[in-house]
Write a protein that binds this ligand. Sequence first.
Ligand SMILES: NC(=O)C1=CN([C@@H]2O[C@H](COP(=O)(O)OP(=O)(O)OC[C@H]3O[C@@H](n4cnc5c(N)ncnc54)[C@H](OP(=O)(O)O)[C@@H]3O)[C@@H](O)[C@H]2O)C=CC1
Ligand SMILES: CC(=O)[C@](C)(O)C(=O)O
Ligand SMILES: [Mg+2]
Ligand SMILES: [Mg+2]
Length: 522
Amino acid sequence: FQQPAFAPRSVVAQSSTSGLHMAFESKIFETQEVTFADTKEIIVKGGRDLFPLLPKAFEGIEKIGVIGWGSQAPAQAQNLKDSLKEVGADITVSIGLREGSSSFEEAKDCGFSEEDGTLGEMFSVIKESDLVVLLISDAAQAKLYKEIFAAMKPGATLGLSHGFLLGHLDSIGEKFPENMDVIAVCPKGMGPSVRRLYEQGKDVNGAGINSSFAVHQDVSGKATELALGWGIALGSPFMFETSLRSEYCSDIYGERGILLGAVHGIVESLYRRYQRQGMSPEQAFLESSESITGNIVKIISTKGIKAVYESLDGDDKETFQKAYSASYKPAKEILQEIYDEVSSGNEIRTVIMHGARIDKYPVGKIDGTDTWKVGEKVRAERDEDKIPLNPFTAGVYVATMMAQIDVLLEEGHPYSEVVNESVIEAVDSLCPYMHYRGVAFMVDNCSFTAKTGSRKWAPRFDYILDQLAYTAVDNGAPVNEQLIADFEKHSVHQAVEECCKLRPAVDISLFAETSTKEIVIQ
Ligand SMILES: NC(=O)C1=CN([C@@H]2O[C@H](COP(=O)(O)OP(=O)(O)OC[C@H]3O[C@@H](n4cnc5c(N)ncnc54)[C@H](OP(=O)(O)O)[C@@H]3O)[C@@H](O)[C@H]2O)C=CC1
Ligand SMILES: CC(=O)[C@](C)(O)C(=O)O
Ligand SMILES: [Mg+2]
Ligand SMILES: [Mg+2]
């Protein structure tokens, strides 16, 4: 398999000096060194106490144009607006939308308006913006990038929240215009959770979703400060550095893996398996989906991955070990295929072609199956304190999470990116939405790139686990002692523990604490 020139096997540059992963400096924000397993990284801790530094980070920026109103834009535009307003920064945040966009009304409901010049047609907003935060779909970015670049005013900065456009430009031999700063702040969590946690964190020193950041081009010499200011204004508990290439390889892969595609496939396959074994539909849903979103991920979020395993003993521990032993390799086979599809540029082309078909073939429902109808009933009668930790479900889910981690580590990604993309985003951003209202409520609040990719790969995990993993267990395959030993002593557990120390004290709440009013997310 020949790696294309633009996606070297190790997609992440290691700094040549201190062995630090891409060490960066800031004159405005305090950086800190963290030890993730056997590597050291530099991060910036966020917090509302840093908001007074924002005017300095945004020096020279008078107008921010947030383009789009999908999942990220509503969150990022409102968080930016609230944070900059809190410190009295004279910076306007405007929303730019395509002609005839159905999102105009929603943007108005959130306080943006044509009257005060904070809502307008996308290219007119781009033309007047000093920082363009490009939050239209990746497929649309690939279609419109020439017009977008041409509309940007001299000296303006292009801000992305995903590296997809670089992947596309690389694959067609194009580049960003050399005369502009190109930065990225990529929240490792879905848009609604970026906003929800920001609001919940207002009474403490902030809460939110961790973000990676990248400085792809720095003409002004101020790109790093602006990227850090942007991420801190979003409410990121901590920010870590990446490159656009490393971000798109890990993000497009991660969302097709444990974050969305794999967890969907795991639930569907287990729901059928448990009923074959004699469970009622309700019990089968409880032991699969509910066990993941209502028990397993909550343990991981606060105590780490290994705590799930350590909470089991006797027969349950052996059941976990058998499920883990049988699931790890089949899951890793699909995950490596996904990674290769992404890093080769194939998956980016797939997303772009899907974008071209979308009017004729709109994205279909994924919660029409019996699984999710039964899920609605189970949720209606849910007792949060009685949700089981099914050891077989845990073994399959944790094996897939570990396989996802191993592929990323083998491909050269740093622990900060690996843990956020494979653990934290799943347990602190996405699974709470699946727990709240089912798989579609999670998947379809994500990007077009993610929701289409999840639909493509979920069946592949369902199929391979059913065909290879569960049959192996039923045929008496022994525990793979080496796999279990590798899991028990895996270096990632220390990195997860380090990240848990950095998580905000606030758990996402999908009901307004002050009232029983349900938060309608999108
Ligand atoms: N979803 C998430 O939580 C995350 C997303 N990202 C990244 O953020 C960016 C935005 O993603 P997300 O917020 O999910 O949005 P989506 O991917 O869901 O895209 C929807 C938005 O794209 C706009 N759009 C679609 N086609 C066009 C077009 N032809 N011309 C102009 N606008 C168009 C839509 O406009 P309209 O409103 O008019 O329909 C809508 O505002 C992407 O790069 C994504 O990878 C990064 C981190 C997380
Ligand atoms: C929410 C997020 O991080 C995703 C899954 O990468 C996306 O929606 O693109
Ligand atoms: Mg992502
Ligand atoms: Mg994504």
